[in-house]
Design a protein around this ligand. Structure first.
Ligand code: GLU
Length: 431
């Protein structure tokens, strides 16, 4: 009996849409790693689609008595190496394809630092600044209940991301626990320390950014203690990284965020700026600095640039203006592939998101382990373990980049995708 061969599996249309958005960027990154996967390339299409994507309606009653429907998502990109893991983002621009990309980058990131997780991400399309505290809590709880059918301490573990914090994790943990009838601290990470959270989690992403930054600087002969730093986004990632670089003697000369951009040649007073951002919600209006146009930020003379805000900030239109010797991606997906090529040609070293900002999820892993064992480590212990994992992972990736003469992004994808696809191969297809 002869069989008509099946057409090669093409991507469903919803996976092809939005080619230029974050998901399109991720697909290009997979195209770039494919030639380096050897016999595992047979499995690579696994990475070109999410395992599971859930869209949920999140209706709540607003304070004014009307009913409002938000759209929420939870995407599990891959679970070959362990449960899904990744943050939840509340932002007015969140879309399904963006969450798919963020989930996929979590798969790569978790494999890059070798924590035993797959990749997942969630989000709600909302500007949380427009909500009262009560509305924010109701929305968070309803969203958690809706995604409750696919999350859980051994299935998929959410965490903070853009515009979500410890309080939101506490509400998520409580909602899931109420539905389960048992307190399940391990269902989310990034919780308050008094509720099963881990010491050191809040600073972990910024600490990881700083750690790989110092490692890379040593390798290219850049002196951190005399470096000029420019930071985009001064929240949980950029703020902490900026503080740690300043403590190491570097000068943070420029910061840009959603509200504006500021500059000070002699270096900004970072602790004072953090206090200002805590009150004002933005760097704009900081008294001890010169206000500059938001776009002028990209022209600032600096040695290290840290994009720590959102995706697609460094593009072909501004990549040629950047003066830094090194870029450390605190954000997820801040650089487009076209910009990557320009930076590579200009000999600007890019430390990619999938290793540079992996410190957060690494300490999330510590938090989850501590929750399971109900035994908690000291902050020094956490930081020491974090630094060790980041340094070892970075050294291995650096070597792969040298051996294959590829960018650090492609090198990180080589290491991570091989781990994921090797696990996939060992598990085999079911049925
Ligand atoms: N949202 C963070 C990230 O993008 C942390 C995720 C986590 O801790 O699970 O890596």
């Amino acid at each position: 009996m002869s069989h008509t061969p099946l057409p090669t599996s093409t991507l469903p249309s919803y996976l092809q849409a939005d080619k230029l958005g974050p998901w399109g960027i991720y697909l290009q990154q997979i195209d770039r790693v494919e030639p380096y996967l050897g016999h595992l390339a047979r499995w690579v299409d696994t990475l070109r689609r999410p395992k599971r994507a859930l869209i949920v309606d999140v209706p709540i009653q607003l304070d004014n008595g009307t009913i409002h429907h938000f759209e929420g998502y939870r995407v599990q990109h891959n679970t070959s190496r362990g449960p899904g893991k990744g943050g939840v983002r509340f932002h007015q621009d969140v879309t399904l394809s963006e969450v798919m990309a963020l989930a996929a980058w979590m798969s790569v990131k978790n494999a890059a630092v070798n924590v035993p997780y797959g990749g997942a991400k969630g989000g709600i399309r909302v500007d949380p600044k427009t909500l009262s505290m009560g509305e924010l809590e109701r929305m968070t709880r309803r969203y958690t209940s809706e995604i409750g059918i696919i999350i859980g301490p051994t299935k998929d573990i959410p965490a903070p991301d853009v515009n979500t914090n410890e309080q939101i994790m506490a509400w998520m943990m409580d909602t899931y626990s109420m539905n389960e009838g048992a307190t399940a601290t391990g269902v989310v990470t990034g919780k308050p320390v008094d509720l099963g959270g881990s010491l050191g989690r809040r600073d972990a992403t910024g600490r990881g950014v700083f750690t790989v930054g110092v490692e890379a600087a040593q390798r290219i002969g850049l002196d951190v203690a005399s470096a000029r730093i420019a930071v985009q986004g001064f929240g949980n990632v950029g703020g902490v990284a900026g503080r740690l670089f300043a403590e190491a003697g570097a000068r943070v000369v420029a910061v840009q965020d959603h509200g504006g951009a500021i500059f000070r040649e002699a270096g900004l007073d970072v602790p004072a700026l953090l206090v200002h951002v805590g009150k004002a919600g933005s760097v704009a209006g900081f008294a001890h600095a010169e206000a500059i146009a938001r776009d002028a930020f990209w022209d600032v003379d600096c040695d290290i640039l840290i994009p720590a805000a959102l995706e697609q900030q460094i593009t072909e239109t501004n990549a040629s203006r950047i003066k830094a010797k090194m870029i450390i991606e605190g954000a997820n997906g801040p650089t487009t592939p076209a910009a990557d090529d320009i930076l590579h040609e200009r000999n600007i070293l890019v430390l990619p998101d999938v290793i540079a900002n992996a410190g957060g999820v690494t300490v999330s892993y510590f938090e989850w382990v501590q929750d399971f064992s109900s035994y908690f480590w000291s902050e020094d212990e956490i930081n020491a373990r974090l630094v060790r994992i980041m340094k070892e992972a970075f050294a291995a990736i650096w070597q792969v980049a040298q051996d294959n003469k590829v960018s650090l992004r492609t090198a990180t994808f080589i290491v991570a995708c091989k781990r994921i696809l090797h696990a996939r191969e060992l598990r085999g297809l079911y049925p």
